[in-house]
Design a protein around this ligand. Structure first.
Ligand code: FES
Length: 104
């Protein structure tokens, strides 16, 4: 799959998310059933890690001060964060998670 890099197995992603590296950049994988979303690893509120948070519907909740980010768009949907975080395109093939590379 050109332009995508295998980063994890689907079953490696626990309820607190999973940190992976792609293109030298930290990314947080978040699982909702058989879906996976890839978010920037750091919260836009105080640059603290989003790993260790939890999923609530469409939102990933930061473990530090409770900001919520839409898992598909990265949009900040509740305070104290106001800026969106990055997202990456995800594909899942035979239980493996692939992330789109910035520069294929
Ligand atoms: S660091 Fe995430 S809400 Fe403050």
């Amino acid at each position: 799959m050109e332009g995508f890099e295998a980063v994890a197995a689907l079953d490696d992603i626990g309820p607190e998310g999973l940190r992976v590296i792609v293109d030298g950049e930290e990314v947080l994988l978040v699982r909702r059933g058989e879906e996976v979303f890839a978010l920037g690893y750091l919260c836009s509120h105080q640059d603290m890690e989003l790993e260790g948070g939890h999923l609530e519907g469409d939102a990933w909740v930061c473990p530090h001060h409770g900001a919520r980010f839409h898992v598909a768009t990265g949009e900040a949907i509740s305070m104290p964060a106001i800026e969106a975080i990055a997202t990456r395109e995800v594909r899942i093939v035979e239980g493996k998670v692939f992330l789109k590379e910035s520069q294929p």
